[in-house]
Every structure is written in C-alpha cells, then in structure tokens.
Write a protein that binds this ligand. Structure first.
Ligand code: ATP
Ligand code: MG
Length: 258
C-alpha cells in the first residue's frame, strides 16, 4: 500500500503535514514515533476513518474508488483500543471478523485464530472479564479471521495493527510478532504501529518514523535507528548498538545524569 502527501487537520490543528508512506506485501512495515506524533492518525487516514487530503493506494488501486466491502475483503484493522460495552463472549467477538458469505464454510476459523493467539479455551468466556492483554489478543484473532489467507485469488491482503503488542508480556509479544512475520512470509502485508524499537528492529523489514506529523526517517531498521535520528525524534539519548550475528540494531536507553 502507498500513501502520498497525507494531510489531516483535526479541530484547528494540523496533525499530519504531508506524509508519504509505503508498505509492501511480503514485509512487516512498522510505524514508530513519539506519543502524539500522528501514528494512529496516519493509520486512520489510510483506512478512511478520518478526513484527509492525499491519495491512498491498496494493491495499486485508489481506495477512494473502492467500496467498503471491497476494502473489508482485503484489509483488516486492529484499533489501538477497543472498548466493548455489551457482554459479548470471546467467540462472538472473533466471529465479527468473518465476512458475510464465508461464515458457513469457515466456521472453524475463529477457534483456530484463538489457538494462534494462545487463547484456546477462552471462546465462551465474557470478553469484559478478560485481562487487558487477553482482550488485545482477542482483537488480533478477530482481524486475522477477517483476512485469514494472506493471499486470496492472487491478491495480497493486509493486517493493519495499531500497537498490537502494547499490553502484552514478552512471551506473547513474540507470539504476535511471529504471527505478523508468518503472515508476511506467506505473501500478505503487515503494517504495525510499534513503540518497542528493539522488538521492531527484530521483526520489521522497514520502519517509518513519524515526528510531529511528518516522516523523520524511513527505511530498513539499520538505516532508521541511528543515534542522531533517535535523539532528535525522542529528545533523549538512545545509543544504538547491534546484536550479532545479523547486526540487528539494539537500543539501550540511558538515564540522564542527575
Ligand atoms: N479528534 C481529535 N481532535 C483533535 N486532536 C486530535 C484528535 N485526535 C487526535 N488528535 C491529536 O493528534 C495528535 C496525534 O494523535 P495520534 O493519536 O495520531 O498520536 P499517536 O502517534 O498515535 O500517539 P500514541 O503513541 O500516544 O498512540 C495528538 O496530539 C492528538 O492529541
Ligand atoms: Mg496511537
């Protein structure tokens, strides 16, 4: 997917000031940057949830010319938070991801998706009774069910995830990032907003770093995660080393001297 010159104004504030973005099928593309820099707004513009100017292409097609059901067949979106006001069971939530028409044939998918996010046995629990991290994994199961096959009729599909590991312990962070990698390895596209730059360096093919509504850096983790860029964007020293054998960047934040 590509986005060109995305501009978003909310209230009177310019939130995105001309952002270009590209994610390729077969890759995990991370969007990182400080709180309030515009990451969620960029996802919401690209999924048509906030008014924007600019162009968004999905598999080469302008999304402005696509119907909601066409978009829903190609990409699934996990929002940053999903509060649910009614007492749904976990299975009912995950089944929301099944598209009408596929439900009968694919009725086993929700349970398989729950197994993949390590929630086997949770199907009949009430969503509201789950922990924050468990709820987050239910939401991932729901979006995975929506676009289960990474490629359908030769067309790549997309997982668009806003901080999918934010509430997860380290083991489940790996569970989720492994699922993302596997989806990309099988030909799908993954776009994920991430805060943990070490995890991002390990799993992402490319990183777009957003700062104050603009792209501060864009490219492979080794090119984006540099001392100068990180100090400028995050306003604190984050010395970058690398981990053998592949030389993946590794960040060790330092406390300021007091
Ligand atoms: N509806 C709105 N009206 C006015 N300002 C908004 C609105 N939604 C978001 N903003 C502002 O836009 C800026 C970017 O918000 P956004 O949610 O995109 O940040 P983010 O990069 O996702 O941050 P975080 O890491 O905290 O999730 C913030 O300053 C926020 O206050
Ligand atoms: Mg956000």
């Amino acid at each position: 997917m590509q986005a060109y010159d995305i501009r978003v104004t909310l209230g009177r504030r310019a939130i995105l000031k001309g952002v270009d973005f590209e994610a390729r099928p077969g890759e995990v593309t991370a969007i990182a940057g400080p709180n309030g820099s515009g990451k969620t707004t960029l996802l919401r513009a690209m999924t048509g949830e906030v008014p924007f100017t600019g162009r968004v292409l999905l598999n080469g097609r302008d999304t402005a010319a696509m119907k909601p059901w066409q978009l829903a067949a190609i990409r699934a979106v996990q929002p940053q938070s999903a509060a649910i006001a009614f007492p749904f069971t976990v299975l009912e939530i995950v089944r929301l991801g099944l598209r009408a028409g596929l439900a009968a044939a694919d009725s086993a998918l929700p349970l398989r998706a729950l197994e993949q996010v390590d929630l086997a046995g949770f199907a009949h629990r009430f969503y509201q009774d789950l922990s924050g991290g468990e709820q987050q994994r239910v939401q991932l199961a729901r979006v995975m069910v929506q676009v289960w096959e990474p490629v359908l009729d030769g067309v790549p599909r997309w997982l668009i995830l806003d901080e999918p590991v934010a509430s997860l312990d380290i083991g489940h962070q790996f569970t989720v990032m492994d699922l993302a990698r596997d989806y990309a390895a099988r030909g799908g596209g993954v776009v994920a907003v991430m805060h943990d730059l070490n995890l991002t360096a390990m799993f992402a093919d490319r990183i777009t770093l957003i700062h104050a509504g603009r792209v501060a850096a864009d490219g492979a983790p080794g090119d984006v995660l540099t001392n100068d860029t990180l100090a400028q964007v995050y306003g604190c020293p984050v010395p970058v080393n690398s981990v053998p054998p592949a030389g993946v960047p590794f960040l060790l934040p330092q406390a300021r001297a007091v």
